[in-house]
Design a binder for this molecule. Structure first.
Ligand code: ATP
Ligand code: MG
Length: 418
């Protein structure tokens, strides 16, 4: 993409009312725009990152045989009355002009359970794994953390349906692995811990995926002896002792809950009277699991972990582009033309080689301005074409996270970048 065509611009001033690093950097670099607290637009650069994250999640969900659907965001009251959750405090409610009650989806157990019930009668129809990637709405109170806590936000929610606990447990472990692959591909492997959390009334524990960063709204407790991570609720219940090894040596860390997996068992199948006929001819309740990841929160978490004083440093797989090609203006007309010609060809060659390139072809920006914007936007590889580099038949390459630059011969560049 040519930067001259990008309708958005980076913003010079740091947005004053933004407290969190992720929203400051993402707004400043032109990835997102804030409509009001907790409500964001994704601009072309941010949309590209969002789609990369979405595709990583989709690939990993498909690998564990999740079937993608899109459920309504607008829910009817009766579904929520069945589970007695119509008065949930974070749920937005809306009325039609004829006075019919609706709510905006903040989660989808109440929709997916009766839906899957329509297609499952016997053990032969189980298990079922269904997921969607969709907007959720929650009337959140503390919305000061940018993309980490939205009032409207995008979530991937997967629901699984099983004959028995053994099958649920087996799938639950598969989801754990898929989640780790997702966070690894998003560049958060080192910082993300599987954390014991409360399981509600139906399971002893659920699991959160907590990414350690000072920006986190949660606190996790890392056992220094057995390395178990536990959330605040659990550690309070356990009187500040590790639930596994009973050690009291705990390290407290701030963390972002990027994902949550939960064994629901028959919590929702019961109120919806969702049963199946088992092999032995008996009717039994279907057992469920649910598994969430917030896409915006994940994008915000990536920024909170990967940035420096100059801007964002995107991990490779979620970067909006693979490389940022900067054409610097020359001192004379002759060079100006040559730089233009070489950059243009390089841009096309790189794209043809399957690389995604942001091409800074703007003529009205100084080298300093281009460098500063490139650092702010944070694409992993920067390629510079200038009078100086061309005099040596080269371009200059610099990785965003390294100081070191190197000159590469023009004909070697594609291989080098790849
Ligand atoms: P929190 O305790 O942070 O409010 P939650 O327990 O309410 O999270 P879940 O209902 O389990 O979250 O939602 C699943 C996932 O959706 C979370 O792990 C998180 O990644 C994401 N998520 C939840 N609430 C928000 C929000 N307000 N904004 C962005 N992402 C969210
Ligand atoms: Mg919440």
């Amino acid at each position: 993409m040519r930067q001259s065509q990008l309708f958005t611009k980076t913003i010079r001033e740091t947005p004053r009312d933004e407290k969190s690093i992720n929203s400051r950097l993402l707004i400043k670099a032109g990835f997102v725009d804030k409509l009001t607290a907790g409500v964001y637009s994704y601009l072309p650069l941010g949309f590209k990152v969002l789609k990369k994250i979405e595709n990583i999640i989709r690939e990993e969900m498909n690998k564990i045989l999740g079937q993608e659907v899109l459920l309504p965001a607008l829910h009817s009251k009766k579904n929520w009355e069945i589970t007695d959750r119509w008065h949930y405090k974070e749920m937005f409610k809306v009325k039609s002009r004829e006075g019919k009650d609706f709510s905006l989806g903040w989660t989808h157990e109440e929709i997916i359970t009766p839906l899957v019930k329509k297609f499952v009668q016997s053990y032969k129809n189980l298990p079922v794994f269904v997921y969607q990637i969709q907007d959720k709405f929650r009337d959140e109170l503390r919305v000061k953390s940018g993309l980490l806590r939205g009032v409207e936000f995008i979530m991937k929610d997967l629901y699984s349906f099983h004959r028995d606990e053994k099958d649920l447990d087996k799938y639950y472990e598969k989801v754990k692995k898929a989640y780790f692959r997702i966070f690894e591909r998003c560049g958060l492997k080192k910082q993300t811990f599987l954390t014991l959390a409360s399981g509600g009334t139906f399971s002893k524990y659920s699991h959160e995926f907590q990414t350690i960063t000072p920006a986190g709204e949660d606190e996790i407790y890392l056992c220094q002896k057995c390395k178990l991570a536990v959330n605040k609720e659990i550690i309070e219940k356990e009187k500040y002792k590790c639930p596994k090894c009973k050690s009291k040596k705990l390290e407290i860390k701030k963390a972002i809950e990027v994902g949550n997996i939960f064994k629901l068992k028959d919590k929702f199948s019961k109120p919806f009277n969702f049963k199946f006929k088992d092999k032995d001819g008996k009717e039994k309740p279907v057992l469920m699991g649910c598994y969430g990841i917030g896409l915006g929160r994940l994008m915000g978490a990536v920024v909170e972990v990967h940035y420096d004083k100059d801007g964002i440093i995107w991990p490779k797989e979620v970067a909006p582009f693979d490389c940022h090609l900067l054409a610097l203006s020359g001192s004379k007309k002759k060079f100006e033309r040559k730089i233009g010609k070489v950059s243009e060809k390089l841009y096309q060659d790189l794209e043809r080689a399957g690389l995604e390139v942001l091409y800074d072809d703007r003529k009205d920006k100084t080298a300093g301005e281009k460098f500063a914007e490139a650092d702010l936007i944070g694409i992993p590889i920067r390629i510079i074409v200038s009078e100086k580099t061309l005099k040596r038949g080269c371009v200059e390459i610099k990785k965003r996270k390294e100081e070191k630059t190197r000159l590469i011969k023009l004909n070697q560049i594609i291989n080098y970048v790849k």
